[in-house]
Design a binder for this molecule. Structure first.
Ligand code: ZN
Length: 207
């Protein structure tokens, strides 16, 4: 089941310093934005399909922010009023293509590369959220909103000064360190305490 129907999915790269370093990147001086297409969305329980074009597809456990009302030129101190809720997200990424392509549209944009769910939780405190990533039951990632380079309100201020955010739009706020490769047959989970567990299986491309 799809819990969001965004007009756009805005993603933030390198928003945890330790993850930026694990990939050999600098911590950005301002938010690094990219997009995933809505066609990449899948829900809890759906399969992530490994495309034949990539040999290195990786999971990225993230906190997803769902916009509740149209947001344009919002100040960080007002941002909470524009948030509907939060959800678990997996920013699945073809790391090899991300490096060779330069632009990330292909590496981040394959069908099934944006897993979101199992629900959108309302009324949570953005500053207290934690995200945990597990591969085949083993914890690989754990990050807290207080470790983000740019906080959720600052991201909403920054993004809404570029583009109007519509109700249902989704912001993926970056992944903590511990990303790793997915293989057919894997089960990958993203948990946010207070929201639940997003669980997806991984399959090969059947053509
Ligand atoms: Zn990401």
């Amino acid at each position: 089941m799809m819990v969001v129907t965004p007009t756009k999915i805005v993603c933030v790269g390198r928003n945890y310093a330790a993850h930026a370093r694990e990939l050999g990147n600098e911590v950005p001086k301002q938010p690094l934005l990219f997009f995933k297409p809505p066609s990449s969305l899948i829900g809890d329980g759906d399969a992530i399909v490994l495309p034949a074009a990539s040999q290195q597809v990786e999971y990225e456990s993230e906190i997803g922010v769902v916009i509740g009302k149209r947001a344009r030129n919002v100040r960080a101190q007002d941002a909470a009023a524009f948030i509907k809720g939060y959800t678990c997200a997996n920013d699945v990424s073809a790391r090899d293509l991300q490096k060779t392509d330069g632009q990330w549209g292909r590496a981040k944009g394959f069908d099934t590369f944006c897993a979101v769910g199992p629900l959108v939780a309302e009324g949570l405190d953005w500053s207290m959220l934690e995200v945990i990533g597990r591969l085949n039951g083993v914890e690989r990632q754990r990050g807290r909103t207080r470790e983000m380079v740019f906080s959720i309100p600052v991201l909403i201020e920054y993004i809404s000064h570029v583009m109007t955010l519509e109700p249902g739009d989704l912001i993926l706020t970056g992944t903590p360190e511990g990303v790793g490769k997915l293989t057919a047959g894997d089960v990958v989970e993203v948990e946010i305490p207070g929201i639940g567990v997003l669980r997806n299986t991984v399959t090969g491309d059947q053509g």
